[in-house]
Design a protein around this ligand. Structure first.
Ligand SMILES: [Fe+2]
Length: 454
């Protein structure tokens, strides 16, 4: 299957997110019995799913990497074999219409592009977007089944980065909406998939809040100076968020069962954060928040991220004094942090990040030992570009780094992609397995391992 005849290549020569490795795929592929180097761990049964933008007919003058039509990529693994690879566009109205298909059922809110994250959720894989869009549910072979409002409990959109508390099974989300500039929403979603708590939090300027974090006591809100730009929206940019010098940077500690008036706001220096790693309470009553911090964002470029520097930091928050002490953990540019999600909201030791040399691409992964303060590097080679890697524990009782890291690695010279599985304990060593497919999967955003019957 392919999109309607639109010559993407000729129209977009100068756009960095429409050319080179980012050239959108033009077809939906199904490739069975993929070749494998090494040995896929026998206990892995499920699918690795990864989401990213793959625009069908973008206007290169206004296109932003974050706003393209979504595509899901998936690999089915079972009994040590890679049974299939599939890529499928998410059937928004625009995509379904271009493909000549029926409209995807389910309730929309604001817009219906979904392109940022995919995770297991109840019995389904759920595709996620922020800024007011609602999630979609996928079928086993990655077909877009339906948009969802969580049985009528989700008023408005969700977020690309909800986090499940492993101790309660509940999902925590901080949601913003491109059409609502004076408030954001904190949601608690039950393991059964219904919103049980919604707190509307007053803000100014419509901040873009990409991620959140939580401890056992608090949900953490990142209210930072990237905000909705009416000027950019009127000018026709499909991603109308810009650096805003007039927006006061702060983080909020919201007691998890508290209301908006209970939130403890703490000022921080202007900066931007896409992704948190983790957070936890300290015995002294403080909060530790680990995150990747950009010095600024969306201040010049209108097509993608444009910070001048970024690094891994630990923010030590004193809720009584309302202060934040910023400690640099690693000033090397890196992004897409992941950790063992059984430790979310609790003290932990390891983080895994992607080294950045290009604005959002590099050739290495880092394993950060936050207790010892050391870093290991897995270097893939000059033409090989890893994307986000997710950590999978080897088994339920596995220790924190006892397990696998899994993610795409694009080989720019060979124009191929591997799904690479690393042993987290022998991080710098040869991969445990590499599953090969004969095309470039454009760099995207987030992926997860979705076990069967999850
Ligand atoms: Fe993200």
């Amino acid at each position: 299957m392919s999109p309607t005849a639109t010559d993407i290549g000729s129209a977009t020569a100068a756009h960095p997110y429409l050319t080179g490795l980012h050239t959108p795929m033009r077809e939906e592929l199904t490739i069975e019995d993929l070749p494998v180097s090494g040995t896929i761990p026998a206990g892995l049964t499920g699918r690795y799913l990864r989401m990213g933008p793959n625009p069908m007919a973008p206007n290169p003058e206004k296109y932003h990497w974050f706003a393209g039509d979504g595509m899901i990529h998936g690999i089915r693994i079972e009994a040590g074999k890679a049974l299939w690879y599939r890529n499928r566009w998410i059937r928004s109205d625009r995509v379904a219409s271009a493909l000549g298909e029926d409209r995807t059922p389910g309730p929309r809110h604001l817009f219906d592009t979904v392109n940022t994250n995919v995770m297991g959720f109840g019995d389904h894989a759920i595709g996620l977007i922020e800024a007011g869009g609602r999630p979609v549910l996928f079928g086993e072979t990655l077909e877009t089944r339906t948009y969802t409002d969580l049985d009528g409990t989700l008023r408005g959109g969700l977020t690309a980065h909800p986090h499940v508390d492993p101790l309660t099974g509940e999902m925590i989300a901080v949601c913003y909406d491109a059409a609502t500039w004076r408030s954001i929403r904190y949601l608690v979603i039950t393991p059964e998939g219904r919103v049980r708590r919604e707190v509307r939090i007053p803000v100014r300027h419509g901040p873009m809040i990409h991620d959140c974090a939580f401890t056992q006591r608090f949900a953490i809100v990142l209210d930072l100076p990237v905000t909705f730009s009416l000027t950019a929206a009127i000018a026709g940019y499909n991603f109308p968020y810009r650096w805003n010098e007039g927006h006061k940077a702060r983080i909020g500690l919201l007691p998890r069962e508290g209301d908006a008036e209970d939130i403890i706001w703490c000022p921080v220096d202007p900066c931007y954060v896409f992704h948190t790693v983790n957070a936890f309470d300290t015995p002294e009553g403080g909060v530790v928040l680990d995150l990747v911090v950009h010095d600024r964002m969306f201040w010049k470029r209108t097509c993608g991220p444009d910070s001048r520097q970024c690094g891994l930091e630990r923010w030590i928050v004193n809720p009584i004094a309302r202060t934040v002490r910023r400690v640099s953990l690693d000033a090397t540019a890196q992004e897409f942090p992941r950790t063992d999600e059984r430790r979310l909201g609790q003290p932990y030791r390891y983080a895994y990040t992607m080294a950045l040399t290009d604005p959002f691409l590099g050739t290495a992964l880092f394993k950060q030992d936050l207790v010892e303060g050391t870093r290991q590097t897995h270097e893939f080679g000059p033409d090989r570009h890893p994307c986000e890697f997710v950590f999978l524990p080897a088994h339920e009782q596995a220790e924190e780094d006892e397990g696998w890291l899994m993610g795409f690695v694009i080989d720019a010279a060979a124009a191929t992609t591997d799904l690479v599985i690393l042993d987290a304990r022998t991080f710098e060593g040869a991969p445990q397995a590499s599953i090969h497919f004969p095309h470039i999967v454009p760099p995207g955003f987030h992926g997860n391992w979705v076990r069967d019957a999850q």
